[in-house]
Design a protein around this ligand. Sequence first.
Ligand SMILES: Nc1ncnc2c1ncn2[C@@H]1O[C@H](COP(=O)(O)OP(=O)(O)OP(=O)(O)O)[C@@H](O)[C@H]1O
Ligand SMILES: [Mg+2]
Length: 359
Amino acid sequence: MRIKELEIKNFRNYTYAKVNLNERLNVLVGNNAQGKTNLLESIFLLALGKSPRVNKDKDLVMWEKENSIIKLVLEKKAGTTNIEIRLFKAGKKVILINGIPIKKISELLGILNVIYFFPDDLKLIKESPSERRKFMDMDICQASKQYFYLLTRYERILNQRNKLIKTSKDINILKDAISIWDEQLADTASKIILSRIKFINKLAPKVKNCHHYLTGNDENLQLSYVGITGETSLEIKNKLLESYNQTLEKDFDLGYTTIGPHRDDLKITLNNIDLRTFGSQGQQRTASLSLKLAEIETFKYETDETPILLLDDVLSELDNTRQNKLLEIASKLQTVLTCTDFPFDIKCKKFNIQNGKII
Ligand SMILES: Nc1ncnc2c1ncn2[C@@H]1O[C@H](COP(=O)(O)OP(=O)(O)OP(=O)(O)O)[C@@H](O)[C@H]1O
Ligand SMILES: [Mg+2]
C-alpha cells in the first residue's frame, strides 16, 4: 500500500499542510520541536484511530483552535481509499472512510497498516509487560477485527469479575457466584492467548533473521509467550478454569483477577539471556528494531500488502552499519523517516520541516 497524499489542518503545530509522498523513502528533516513527529503521529492516527503519544484527542487539536481535520489518500491493490478524521476539542472524533462516517473504530483497523518506530520503543524491551502486550495486541488488531472484538469483550467480562471479587464479603458465596463469569472469561481469554501464540510463532523466525541482518552476527534472538499456553483454545480454556479455582483465594485477598491475558508477557531472549534484565542498551535497541522490522514480513503475509514504515528519530541512535542496513530496508517500501540531519547518499524525497510548515 502507499499513501499518495496527506493533508492536515489545525493539527498540533500545523495550521495547514499538504504533502505528496514518494512511494519509497520520504525524509522529514528539521531542528527540534518543528513538527516532524507531529506529522508521523497524524499518519499513525489515520491508521489506528488514536495517537501513539497521548490518550486525549483534544491534545492533538492546535491550541486555541476548536477542531482539526486530518486526511489521506491511500492506494492499495484493490483501489483507492480516502481516510479522514475530524477531531473536536469539545466532543468525540468523527472518522470517515471514502466520505462515509463509521460507527465503530474497528471499521478503520486494517485499512492503513503502519509499522512505527518511535524512540520510546525501547520501552518495548525495558519496561513492564503491558508494553509488550500492547505491541502484540496492536499488531494483531491491524490484521484481525475479530481480535479487536475479543479484547473489548474480555475487558468487559474482566471488569465484571473484578467488581464481583471486590464487593464480595465471603469467599464461599463468591465461589458460587463467580462461575458464570469464569466460563465466559476463560472462553474469550483462551482465544486471545491462542491468537497471540500464533502471532509470536509467525514473528519469531522473522525477528531472528532481521536481528541477524542488522548485526551481522549469530546472536540468537528468541520470543516466547509467558502465561497459560496450549495447542488449542479448548486446552487453554480448561487450564484457565482450573487456575481461576486455584487462585481464587489470592484474587479475593487482592481484589482482582491475577491470571489471564491481561497479565501475560512476551519474553525476549538473546542467546537464552533475558534481554529486559541483562541486555545492553545497544542490544535492546537493536532487538526492538528487529521486532518492528519483522512485522513488515508478517503484515505482507497476512494482508498481501506492504505496510508503511514510520521511523521517528531512529538513525541517531544506531551505529554506522546498522544505519545503512536500516536505510536499505526503508528504501524497499514506503517509509516516512524523521531526523535532524540526513547526511546519507541515498535516493529519497526530502522535506524540510520548520515551525509547523513543510518546505
Ligand atoms: N496541540 C498543539 N498545538 C500547537 N502546538 C503543539 C501542540 N502539541 C504540540 N505542539 C508543538 O509542536 C511542536 C513540535 O513537536 P514535534 O514533536 O513534532 O517536534 P519534532 O520536530 O519531532 O522535534 P524533535 O526533533 O525534538 O523530536 C512542539 O514545540 C510542541 O510544543
Ligand atoms: Mg520528534
